[in-house]
Ligand binder design. Sequence first.
Ligand SMILES: *Cc1c(COP(=O)(O)O)cnc(C)c1O
Length: 726
Amino acid sequence: MDGLRKFPLEAPGRISGLTELAFNMWWSWHPEARALFKRLSRAAWKLSGHNPVKMLGEIEKGVLEQAAGNGEFLAHYDQVMEKFRREITDGGGTWFAGNICAPNAMPVAFFSAEYGLHRSLPFYAGGLGFLAGDFLKESSDLGMPLTALGFMYPEGYLRQKISVNGWQESLDEPLDRASAAISRVLDDQGKPVLVKVPFIEPPIYVEVWKIEVGKIPLYLIDTDIEANDPWNRGISSHLYSGNLEQRLRQEVVLGIGGREVLDTLGLKHSVLHLNEGHSAFAITERIRERVADGMSFEQAFAQVKETTVFTTHTPVPAGTDVFPFVLMEKYFSSYWPALGLDREGFFKLGMNPEDPQAGFNMTVFALRCSSHRNGVSRRHGRLARDLWHGLWPGRPEDEVPIGHITNGIHVPTWIEPKMEMLFNRYLGENWKARHDQPEIWEAVRGIPDKDLWDTHYWLKMKLIMRIMERARQKRIEDRADAQIILAEGVLLDPNALTIGFARRFATYKRASLILRDAQRLNRILNDKWRPVQIIFAGKAHPADDPGKRVLQQVFNAAMDPAFGGRIAFVEEYDEQLAQYMVHGVDLWLNNPLPPLEACGTSGMKAALNGVPSLSILDGWWIEGYNGRNGWAFGEEAGEPRAQPDGPASGWSAPDRDAADAEAIYRLLEQEIVPLYYRINGEGISTGWLGVMKEAIISAAARFSARRMVKEYATSYYAKCLLAVKG
Ligand SMILES: *Cc1c(COP(=O)(O)O)cnc(C)c1O
């Protein structure tokens, strides 16, 4: 059903495979493929923002012709293309085929509202998106028969611009579709496939785009099309609309429309996996189709439930979508009869027994309609059992049927190539194929301190040079005020202990916590012999004013001459800046308000590259911290006291802030800074290198997406298969 795609440029015959390679995100996690594009033209590669589709569209034809006649380039090309074709077509011989079942026996449909795959595909806001993106890449590596579904956001996510008073302005930067690795799905006549979202009046139409993620197809729904009126066109324009009705319409289109898209394309699946509740209406479609085929609601419900997996990511009730019943009525009054239900029966599915009047709760609905349910870390699993206990009255809390699978990161994506080369030398060439086996990482102890430090120091320089280059561009292009430029990292010092803090500026992440006692912080940062610096980055949601106020506080500190440039705020946090930061800082700081970090993944990315965490004991760090691989605090503060600040997204617990900031200062003053600067004759702190090594050894396998995806397959998908065979 996939129609022709319009290539931006025809590469000469001998290297025409470059276009195919550029359109499959496989290149992004294979350094040899990235190097191939870079080899064509370093300048064009850089100017394209490491986006081969854009690069091939802009590059001079002569460059390609020259490459097609260059023996060294051709040898490299052939090697990459051979591996690419082998891995993309290989159906058997994979982990999935060997351990779960024949791939065609159990296709899985994976639904998510966002995907973080690469900087050039701005369809993400944060961690949830990167988790989904890493899930697809790992599924490809393991040979999982997965089809993914999501939204195309033509407006992209926001481009961040900070004004001189520290306020975040958001600019839309519409996606340039011709320069992205996406292609429109066409029908047999070569026309765009047009799908009508079933049962919704007035009608909503969608078109479909496709991204190839290795072997995994990701279909993206687009509502910005001629057939729709303006209100409908805007449904997919932005991630997570702040308007409740538009938000409901997004979720209707994602779940019900998404399911219809798969049907139209003939993509059958026997398991449905919902990554968070936004897409839960896909469940109603599965039930409706069975009812239409003659089953009773009860039969259909039971069958669908057996084969549905639901992953919840929210640790607090306020984080879930709840739609008022009047709003639900507007969109679903012709739908529930098709399920064989009346109004009450339908609404009951989404009713939270603890708050029945609130409306239709998407998490409650998804929990009721799935047999396999999980949180995303051990603590989050326990929290979810506590939160949703009311759905299973009479059961002891630890028997509430919600388990956990701790998140992980896609190792080939997040390992820095220089670090990878170092591992090749000491772990054996084949370590990547076995990277989820904890034993192989013991060999990290054998890496000479000097080699690990040289690699790390090189990455730190790379990060700092990159930040300076960004600042220079900003100075030239935006004519930015000198004060702003000084805040953006031009005074960074590669020899200072460098702390990284980069994530969404949601208030619960408490980005400004370390600024609480400015004088004490300044003493730590501007110690003459043992200086420390902090690099901040991150965006606030455009509708989140409390988040923007935190950002403003941080930005103002970066502009404050008193700190002497030892605090930097780098604009426009995206996948690329995230890569530079998790590779290049010395220490990763994480201080959310417990228990609001369901898992967190950026600390895992840092650890893989030898960057230890200074983190509060929440999310993954409760499982990850072992006393030798970084620093932990927050345990003594006991159980959560986080309180929502009313209906906005603000969170606070002033009583905790003081204690947590104190713990950060104390650890820095008494342990971290002294250890970092305990330097031997070779200019190295062996103590610090020991912590770096321990960070890698303890986290690389355990917090890999490979470990995670295998757990989903064996704990949940395989059980669904048994139910199908029933
Ligand atoms: C990994 C990542 C995140 C998630 O980080 P958390 O620690 O889970 O907040 C967000 N944004 C980007 C760009 C990332 O790479």
